[in-house]
Design a protein around this ligand. Structure first.
Ligand SMILES: [Zn+2]
Length: 89
């Protein structure tokens, strides 16, 4: 049951990812949240990233740090790139 949206663009994932931490913290307005949710519903890589990021943010909050560590951001970007570029078998 794998479906890849032919219009799906890696650019969208990266743009969205850059706002995910704000999304998780509910700092975005409703239309922006809806955009993000609509994208995530149709984008498996972003679903995976959101779950991963949520867990990381929870950990960061325990450490009283709001920002997602930069190293993690880079790692997640790499993961998005891998998932997006992966060819279905
Ligand atoms: Zn995406």
């Amino acid at each position: 049951m794998k479906r890849t949206d032919p219009h799906h663009s890696h650019e969208n994932c990266i743009r969205l990812f850059e706002r995910l931490s704000e999304y998780i913290d509910r700092e975005l307005d409703a239309p922006t949240c809806e955009d993000i949710e609509a994208h995530i519903r149709s984008c498996k890589p972003c679903q995976v990233c959101l779950e991963t990021l949520k867990q990381t943010v929870a950990l960061c909050k325990n450490l009283e740090r709001r920002q997602v560590p930069e190293a993690f951001t880079l790692k997640l970007r790499g993961a998005i790139a891998d998932l997006v570029n992966k060819k279905p078998d």
